[in-house]
Each structure stands twice: as C-alpha cells, then as structure tokens.
Design a protein around this ligand. Structure first.
Ligand code: SF4
Length: 409
C-alpha cells in the first residue's frame, strides 16, 4: 500500500497525524519506554467472562484498534500490563496500519504474543476468493503465525458466510493459523445473530460475533432475544459501538442524569456507558477505542470496579436506554434499505456517527467515500419519506442524509 493511499491518509488525518508521521514511526516506536505501571494483580485484574462455549475467558474490556497503533507502542504495553489482553484490529483500519502497529509490538516483544487474545478481520466487499492471500498478509503485518479469533468484517446479511468460507476457516483452524471464527456486524444485528444460532453456533462454524451494542439497542426485545439465543447456542458475543450508534442529537436530559449518577465514582459518561453494557452478562467483552493513556486508564478503572450498579445508577442507565430507543440509529439497515430501493442508509448513518459521536471526522469521510459512486449519486435525489415512516427509531432520515452529504462528501 502506498503512503498516498487516500484511506491511509484519512486514517492518519483522523488521528491528527500528517504524512510525515508514518515515515517517523520507526524512530518513535524505538523511543525508550517510560516507567511501566504496576501490572494487574489478582486483586486489581480486569474481570473475565467466558467467550461463549469456546473455553476461552476474555477480559470484559477489549482494546479497539482503530487508532495509531504504530506510534502508540507504550499504550499497547500499558494495556497489556493493566490486563487489557484482548486486542482487536482489522485489515480495514488504516488499510493495514493498525495491524502493522500490533505487529511491531509483537516483533519487539515476541514473548508477549501468548498473553494477547488477538483478533483481526477482513471485509468481504472485494469478494471472498482473495481471503486466503489477504489473511496471510494480515498475519505477516501482525508478526504472528496465528490469530485467536477471525471475523468476516461488517456484514449486513449472511451472504458472505458461504460454505466455501466456512471450509476455509476450518482449514485455517486445522493449520493452527486461526483458533476461532465468526463475523462482525453493525446492521441487522438481531437477524444475523439469530441466523448464526440457526446454523448451530460453534457446531456450524460460528464461534463468536462482534456486534453493535449500546443503550440505544439494549432494551429492544429482538436484541435481548438474540443475545439469549446466542448464549444458549454457545456463541461468544463481543460488544462494539458501545458509545452509541448515532447519529445523536444534542446531549439529552437522560444523558445528563446518567453522568450525574456516575460522576461521584469518578467515571465520565463514556465510562458509564461501558458500565451499562457490562450489565448484560451475556456480553463477554466490550471493545472500546482507547487512543490515549487517559482514556485507557479511565476505562480500566471502570472495568476493575466490580461493584454492582446501584438502583439509582441502573435507573439512569435504563432511562437513557429508553430515551435513545428513538432518535438514534439502531442499525436495523434492512428496513430503510427496503424503503429506499436498496440505499445503504445505515452505512451513511454510521459514517455520520464517526463524525459526530466519536469525533473522528476523517473516519466519517472515509467511510462515506467507501460507498460506490453510483450509490452516492443516488443519495441526493432519493425519496426518504417511506424510510422515515418505517424507521423504528423515528429518525429524520432525509435531513440526516443531507447533513452527511454536506459534511462528509
Ligand atoms: S431504519 Fe432507522 S434506525 Fe434502522 S438502520 Fe435505518 S435509519 Fe437506522
């Protein structure tokens, strides 16, 4: 991949880095480490939960890899020392740069590879036939001979989970290059989880699923049923987009009340949202983007805090969940796709989410730019009235699509 690759540029830009940053990376990565923090002891360890019936226990807090892992080697070491031993990445993140950063860490610290539950993903958008070759490249970038879990990345239907891809996964497991297999999804999550359950979960080849899970979807009966079914089938569940699926409006009263409940414990609203996700025992781990030591340490503190939520805190969480059941995109993409003749409205909402909720304008723009040109051209002229009528979250879709085109195009 060239350093002129637009996705790479956007990735670096989203991280607040210029083109020179990539060139400077090796020197920075080699800088002497600061004093290491006290490692997690059994008394301060991050709690672990079983990942379905895989036999693997994972920490409830996982490190999302959508940040500059190359220039944050010290953060990776801190994460590990503090017990954040589940590391998530994807070929898509920075077109391999995120994997490369983890790889640099393992190349320099080969003895620590065994301590990490390492996950990577490949998108199926460019077809599935190239998966074997792309997977080998991922392993090379990660400086490892295996990953603990592999996800087919960001699917919104089960179409990519073909018998051929399942056979390939089984072959990779046999070869010791992949311990577990599954998919990640941020659209039509409930349907896809139920489809994996119907396949038989691990017996059908699906060991784990990573899916959007936050206060805007946690009270939906369909989501609760899907989680219960996955737990019953032994599929491990990992939450992502824990801060909301967007697009949000302005902070709500319910958000303010949630913050007020948790502020006394020293947690921000972001940590409060993680605590809300951990209330669902059927979720093994919550994957969080933690691009700074401050965010990492705050999330580690929240994860290590093993006190149950008080009644008042739970009430604040559920109030927020009720408030966000409307006004926030729930990722039920098939509804608005059908109503607009196939437009990927939920993908545009996700791009807006990166821009507005996660303060990642570069990522928002690159996600929007990934939509095929023909699709982007149709967005402006489309009629969203049927989609607005059908949207269970009552979103002003036409207005939000206009906003996306104005800010992300
Ligand atoms: S129907 Fe509404 S809530 Fe569901 S994905 Fe579409 S815009 Fe989001």
């Amino acid at each position: 991949m060239s350093s002129h690759d637009p996705s790479r540029r956007n990735f670096l830009k989203a991280l607040g880095l210029g083109a020179a940053a990539a060139a400077a990376a090796p020197a920075l990565a080699a800088a002497p480490a600061l004093a290491a923090p006290a490692p997690a002891t059994s008394a301060t360890a991050i709690p672990k939960r079983p990942l379905g019936k895989t036999g693997v226990q994972v920490p409830i807090l996982a490190l999302g890899g959508m940040f500059d892992t190359i220039n944050n080697q010290l953060l990776l070491r801190q994460a590990l020392n503090w017990g954040v031993t589940y590391w998530d990445t994807a070929e898509y993140y920075g077109r391999g740069l995120s994997e490369e950063g983890y790889g640099r860490f393992f190349a320099k610290n080969p003895d620590r590879r065994k301590d990490v539950f390492l996950v990577t993903k490949l998108t199926p958008h460019e077809g599935l036939d190239n998966f074997p070759a792309r997977f080998e490249k991922s392993l090379a970038r990660l400086s490892t001979s295996y990953v603990d879990l592999f996800f087919v990345h960001g699917i919104d239907s089960m179409a990519p989970i073909t018998p051929k891809i399942l056979a390939w996964a089984a072959e990779m497991k046999k070869a010791g290059k992949m311990r577990l297999f599954g998919f990640s999804t941020h659209a039509n999550m409930e349907d896809l989880i139920q489809a994996a359950v119907k396949m038989g979960g691990p017996a059908g080849g699906i060991d784990a699923i990573m899916h959007t899970y936050n206060t805007s979807v946690m009270l939906k009966p369909g989501m609760r049923a899907a989680i219960a079914a996955a737990n019953g089938a032994g599929i491990g569940l990992v939450a992502m987009k824990t801060q909301g699926f967007g697009p949000a409006t302005t902070p709500t009263e319910a958000e303010a009340r949630l913050s007020a409940q948790f502020i006394g414990r020293g947690f921000t609203d972001k940590q409060a949202r993680l605590k809300a996700v951990w209330e669902t025992q059927g979720i093994a781990s919550a994957c969080s983007q933690m691009p700074s030591i401050n965010i990492l340490s705050a999330n580690v503190a929240a994860a290590r805090d093993q006190t149950s939520l008080t009644k008042a805190e739970l009430k604040a969480v559920y109030e927020l969940a009720h408030a966000e059941a409307t006004g926030y995109c729930g990722g039920c993409g098939s509804i608005c796709q059908q109503a607009t003749g196939g437009l990927p409205v939920n993908d545009v909402m996700r791009a807006l989410m990166y821009h507005r909720e996660y303060d990642e304008p570069g990522l928002g723009r690159s996600t929007f730019a990934e939509l095929p040109g023909t699709v982007r051209a149709r967005l402006a002229a489309a009629d969203y009235s049927k989609a607005e009528a059908a949207c269970p979250h009552k979103l002003a879709i036409a207005k939000l699509m206009r906003e996306a085109m104005e800010t992300l195009a």
